[in-house]
Design a protein around this ligand. Sequence first.
Ligand code: ADP
Ligand code: 5GP
Length: 206
Amino acid sequence: MRSEGILIVVSGFSGAGKGTLMKRLVEKYDNYALSISATTRVPRPGEENGREYFFLSREQFEKRIADHALIEYADYCGNYYGTPRDYVERELSLGHDVILEIEIQGALKIKEQYKDALLLFVTTPNAEELRRRLSGRGTETEEVIKKRLRRAAKEAEGIEKYDYIVINDDLETCVKELHGIISAARHAPGRNEEFIEKMRRDLEGE
Ligand code: ADP
Ligand code: 5GP
């Protein structure tokens, strides 16, 4: 019915579970292509270059910006993060649904360039659980956790700009909900213009 894939943007507070959810989503369903971002932040223990992120120096990152190799980029808590253009455009043209797991400034830049991108916002059921998950992950210092929680308060102001909000309470339930929303979006008339046009032409000829 559709030739181009859907561009799906997933944002949410740090510690809400986006990384965990995306990993599970691509394991469970085979139509998703997860974009790997570039960043200047240092890898966390267990993270690998080219798997979670492409880890770059500031100089390398700034060269990517100058070369227009990123569709969008943003500063998040003192580090650059950005989405490589090549992968996203190739996968979309192959008809795959591409997921970008990015913060709000980047999400809004994507919406300006890709009008029919689907914007999803992931949150914990409450703020206390957010703090618990951020601390429990054990990958950030107390100072960085504070920075990220302050950032979460700012990000909460922009939630209405998203198409859907998803609460990550039980992981498996949330993965199914995300897949359900994306599957429903595929049926929007705006994403099926070719089909509709053909149906209209054929009906005229009847
Ligand atoms: P984000 O990518 O949004 O910063 P992570 O995926 O790293 O968040 O998750 C933060 C922490 O919360 C991790 O320790 C992860 O194992 C845990 N977590 C994720 N989803 C859930 C969930 N549904 N219930 C309980 N813990 C969760
Ligand atoms: P983390 O350091 O926890 O991996 O990511 C910090 C924040 O950066 C998260 O909100 C994550 O969604 C966001 N992020 C990751 N990659 C990108 C990207 O390519 N562009 C933008 N704008 N944000 C990103």
